[in-house]
Design a protein around this ligand. Structure first.
Ligand SMILES: [Cu+2]
Length: 284
């Protein structure tokens, strides 16, 4: 009997563990782990740094470290060391497509109501108001930084309308307007209660706002030369009060991109427009 030959044997150690699973890896024994792997003539084992739940399996101060992973256990390091000691490869798996932890922490990124309607969609008149002039409101639009998020996540304002930026957190935020048509700005607000007022002097849609300290903080503002713009809130619906005329109406969502519709309204007439976004639509 000759020795059994085999090709390269790779095992994907699938390891997606939700937050309610107790004692994750509490009984992990590196010696037993590697003994089984060797007995199966495995050449390479994929080991998990980050799973679809967004949980981390190594030593880190990040709150996404799995809550039930024993404090003293660096599971990833223990697996890699045990495998390498036996000459077995240990490629590291990092889920980048799914992240339940981040989704729960930042629901504002995509808010779909139970009835399928979508929040945080910017809806505005794109054409039909050319040649008209409108007064700029003097009352400011407010953006707050609270619990390391921007409130609101999506909003609209007029050209030259004041934008009051507040910091309600007892931590440093760095509000960074990534303007392309307007002058970008980048302001640090290190103290709770700080307020800064800025404005934009050109139309720009959408204009992203981000925090340089907390990379997940994002907001989008639409800056318009007219007052016909709004954002879908809790009910996923919107209302625009338009003078009689024919208009091109645009709906924009950060993930699903842009939809356009044309509407013609007479004096006092009410019309309904529905925009439908599909999962496969990509943002501009
Ligand atoms: Cu921040």
């Amino acid at each position: 009997m000759g020795k059994v030959q085999h090709g390269f044997r790779q095992v994907h150690l699938d390891f997606h563990t939700g937050p309610h699973i107790p004692d994750v890896a509490a009984s992990f024994d590196p010696k037993e782990f590697v003994r089984v792997v060797k007995a199966a003539h495995v050449d390479s084992v994929t080991v998990f740094a980050k799973c679809h739940h967004g949980h981390l399996y190594f030593n880190t101060e990040h709150p996404a470290r799995h809550p039930a992973l024993p404090k003293e256990l660096d599971l990833l390091r223990a697996q890699v060391d045990a495998l390498h000691a036996e000459g077995i490869r240990a490629p590291i798996y990092i889920s980048v497509l799914w992240d339940e932890f981040a989704a729960n922490l930042h629901p504002e990124w995509l808010v779909v109501n139970p009835d399928g309607t979508l929040q945080n969609v910017m809806v505005f008149v794109k054409s039909g108001v050319e040649g008209m002039t409108f007064q700029t409101p003097s009352e400011p639009v407010i953006i707050d930084q609270k619990d390391c998020r921007y409130i609101p996540h999506v909003f609209t304002m007029m050209v030259n309308q004041p934008l009051k930026i507040k910091n309600s957190d007892a931590t440093l935020h760095n509000i960074h307007a990534w303007a392309e048509k307007n002058t970008p700005f980048n302001i640090g607000q290190p103290v709770q209660g700080m307020e800064t007022t800025k404005s934009f002097n050109k139309e720009e849609v959408p204009l992203p706002i981000r925090c340089d300290v907390h990379k997940w903080m994002s907001s989008y503002v639409g800056v318009f030369s007219h007052p016909f713009h709004t954002v879908t809130r809790e009910a996923g619906s919107f209302e625009l009060k338009l003078p009689p005329g024919k208009y091109e109406i645009v709906a924009w969502h950060e993930k699903y991109g842009t939809q356009t519709a044309t509407v013609e309204v007479a004096d006092g007439e009410k019309k309904e427009i529905n925009f439908t976004f599909k999962e496969t639509t990509t943002a501009d």
